[in-house]
Write a protein that binds this ligand. Structure first.
Ligand code: G3H
Ligand code: ZN
Length: 284
């Protein structure tokens, strides 16, 4: 069933695992992620960036596609449809009105007081509809769609505490050195800060830029309160590789099902691997 992230993440925190947010790009991504979740008996968060929603048609198309698959696949595990890096109150509201069960308001690039104000407004609207809210502090490096970082700024511990207290958000993404897209070398996450933030935040933490983070760091993050890990690029790479290999082996192929089917299988295998790594398998 479609649910918000709130209960999912509380349970994950309490039981010491993380729920994956896997980003949608098209029908095949959605199929693959839902198939993986149902097979693994894992809760799952479907991440939808504004750019990806635009590509697929809009928020309503995304919601109806997901609802259709939940019925056709007889999905029994908890599923959240989550706006990833929502850029404004209006975008968050539009996603909620279309049926999203969760939103992220990313006002991390704004001055702190403005971030608090925008986030608070989103929480008021979202909570009145039973929708969960994630907010961000600091900057995640790299680039994802419209979200481009110029430098990596670590989230401030006191601001994290204050943001949660003043807005009532359900989970917090403190940027601590993670990067959207592939890492240049090994990631260097601020675990000392994560530990401190976890002790004062009082809500589950979110780790963005999940692609390319070694298992040891995933385990550490979970031990410091991380209950949600976002993965997009790794599935995109797996999907593109499958398409390239299929078309290289059969250059005359033109039926999209013949090359997008293997892409879907590759995404599914990648998602299953992440669910096992994050410990969410068999937790639905
Ligand atoms: O918001 C989505 C993510 O943080 C995904 O990051 O593409 O590096 O896996 P990634
Ligand atoms: Zn992100």
């Amino acid at each position: 069933p479609l649910v918000s992230m709130t209960e999912m993440l509380k349970k994950a925190n309490a039981e010491g695992y993380a729920v994956g947010q896997f980003n949608l790009n098209n029908l095949e991504f959605t199929q693959a992620i839902l198939q993986a979740a149902e097979e693994e008996k894992s809760p799952v968060i479907l991440g939808v960036s504004e750019g990806a929603a635009r590509y697929m048609g809009g928020f309503k198309t995304v919601v109806k596609m997901v609802e259709g698959l939940l019925e056709d696949y007889n999905v029994t595990v908890p599923v959240a449809i989550h706006l990833d890096h929502g850029s404004s109150f209006d975008k968050c509201k539009a996603a909620i009105d279309a049926g999203f069960t969760s939103v992220m308001i990313d006002a991390s690039h704004d001055p702190f007081e403005q971030n608090v104000e925008t986030t608070k407004k989103v929480v008021e609207y979202a909570h009145s509809k039973g929708v969960s809210v994630e907010a961000e502090l600091g900057t995640v490096g790299g680039q994802e769609d419209d979200v481009i970082a110029e430098g990596v700024i670590y989230a401030d511990v006191n601001e994290c505490k204050e943001l949660v207290e003043r807005t009532g958000i359900d989970c917090l993404a403190p940027a601590l050195g993670s990067v959207h897209g592939p890492y240049k070398g090994e990631p260097n996450l601020g675990f000392k800060e994560m530990d401190e933030i976890n002790k004062v935040a009082g809500v589950p933490l979110v780790l963005h830029g999940g692609t390319g983070i070694p298992t040891a760091d995933i385990t550490k993050s979970i031990s410091f309160g991380t209950a949600k890990i976002n993965v997009n690029t790794e599935n995109q790479i797996a999907s593109a590789k499958a398409v390239r290999e299929t078309l290289a082996a059969k250059p005359e192929e033109y039926d999209p099902r013949k090359y997008l089917g293997p892409a879907r299988d590759a995404i599914k295998a990648t998602v299953i691997g992440k669910m096992r790594e994050f410990g969410s398998s068999q937790k639905a």
